[in-house]
Design a protein around this ligand. Structure first.
Ligand code: BGC
Length: 399
């Protein structure tokens, strides 16, 4: 960080000041210099070191690579833990209406949970970064600039979430730090030309920020040296109830239309109005209210009404705990998935069983199978362009 506490005060930069104060209050070593002297004489280097989130070992991957767990916190008791294995959010503690922090995501407390045979077989992608292409590509094929590409298939005849070894299963370079908004974790990964069948060396950067105003912000960017499809998202399973299923959560989705899909969850191309259907979340409905009318449960992509800037995607409210979550994004679509395939085989960090509807995902993204659907917004990134995408999950309580 290039700013000093004094500079923030002098310029009246309140956001920066809040970030710096937050950072110093969160890390005991930050106060050393202030305690020993009569006036705060923080230097740039003490701020960087002092404010960065802490890291701890998260165990070794099956190929023997040591991976880390980084914990970002803010002054209101929010704490998010992220491992550089898959860039995975493993834990997110958020206060309820009584002010008591509790777990709001599904996850495990060591990397072995994410590499167990049961986890890999069922493939729920808990909390992971998803790429190179989030969601499905039909029959694992697409044609770009006249050339057909064949991808690794891992979902019947289709490719899901990047293929057999997507971004969720690789080790990212991690750099903990701070910004004016709060503590950050910057993750970078080079996806090589040909990886899982995709063209081009793709350099991806993801920055997680836990902000002073209780949001988990995810900023994605990417560049390539050959044209390639890219669709990046995060696959966190949220549960705001503190241990029950998510059917009582009240949801709104800022979308008047959704993508109709076939039996393999590939869009048919029809964009159907939600009005009069169980997909209408333009006003609040609990997840459970109409889920029985949707064969298999919700696992669909909604077309967000706004598509420019950071726009509303969804809100969630859990009446028993009072927790709220507000999702905004720069992406045009939202895959709302209600944990339909969870079957109780997986046990989480606190030994709780993850059964059907134990969590829901709000994966902000472009539409499924866009590389094969010319009428959908393009997901093709070309050399010289920089993909930039942001999603914010903001937490609060309603009394
Ligand atoms: C997909 C689901 C899939 C889940 C876990 C979601 O994004 O839409 O169909 O089961 O991810 O892989």
């Amino acid at each position: 960080m290039k700013h000093s506490l004094r500079a923030a005060v002098a310029t009246g930069n309140t956001a920066l000041l809040a970030g710096l104060l937050l950072a110093t209050s969160c890390n005991p070593s930050a106060s050393t210099e202030q305690n020993s002297g009569s006036s705060p004489t923080m230097t740039d280097s003490t701020q960087t070191v002092a404010a960065a989130p802490g890291a701890a070992s998260f165990g070794k991957t099956q190929d023997g690579t040591e991976v880390q767990l980084y914990t970002l916190s803010n002054a209101h008791g929010l704490k998010v833990s992220i491992t550089n294995y898959g860039g995975t959010i493993t834990s997110l503690l958020v206060p309820d209406k009584a002010g008591k922090p509790g777990e709001v995501v599904l996850g495990f407390n060591s990397v072995s949970g994410y590499q167990s045979p049961e986890f890999l077989k069922s493939g729920p992608y808990f909390g992971a970064l998803i790429g190179r292409y989030g969601n499905r590509i039909a029959r694992g094929k697409f044609t770009l600039d006249g050339k057909e590409y064949t991808l690794a298939k891992n979902n019947g005849e289709n490719t899901l979430h990047g293929g057999k070894k997507g971004f969720d299963k690789v080790v990212w370079q991690a750099e903990p730090g701070t910004s004016a908004e709060g503590q950050t974790l910057k993750l970078t990964y080079l996806s090589k030309d040909g990886e899982e069948g995709y063209p081009g060396n793709l350099r991806v950067t993801v920055v997680y920020t836990l902000t002073a105003d209780d949001a988990l912000k995810i900023d994605y960017s990417a560049t390539t040296d050959k044209a390639t499809p890219v669709n990046l998202t995060n696959h966190a399973y949220f549960n705001l109830s503190g241990g029950k299923d998510v059917l009582g959560h009240e949801v709104t989705i800022a979308a008047d239309r959704y993508n109709v899909v076939d039996a393999g969850l590939i869009p048919t191309g029809e964009l159907r109005p939600v009005k009069g259907t169980p997909f209408d979340f333009t006003t609040p409905h609990t997840i459970g209210e109409r889920i029985a009318q949707v064969p298999g449960g919700y696992d669909h992509n909604w077309l967000l009404n706004q598509t420019t800037g950071l726009h509303p995607a969804a809100t969630v409210y859990e009446p028993t705990t009072g927790r709220t979550m507000e999702v905004t994004t720069t992406e045009p679509g939202l895959q709302f998935y209600t944990g339909n395939f969870l079957d109780g085989t997986l046990k989480g960090a606190n030994n709780q069983t993850y059964g059907k509807h134990a969590g829901f995902c709000m994966e902000t993204q472009h539409f499924p199978d866009s590389p094969n659907q010319p009428t959908f917004p393009s997901t093709i990134l070309k050399p010289g362009q920089t993909l930039q995408s942001s999603t914010v999950y903001k937490f609060g309580v309603r009394q």
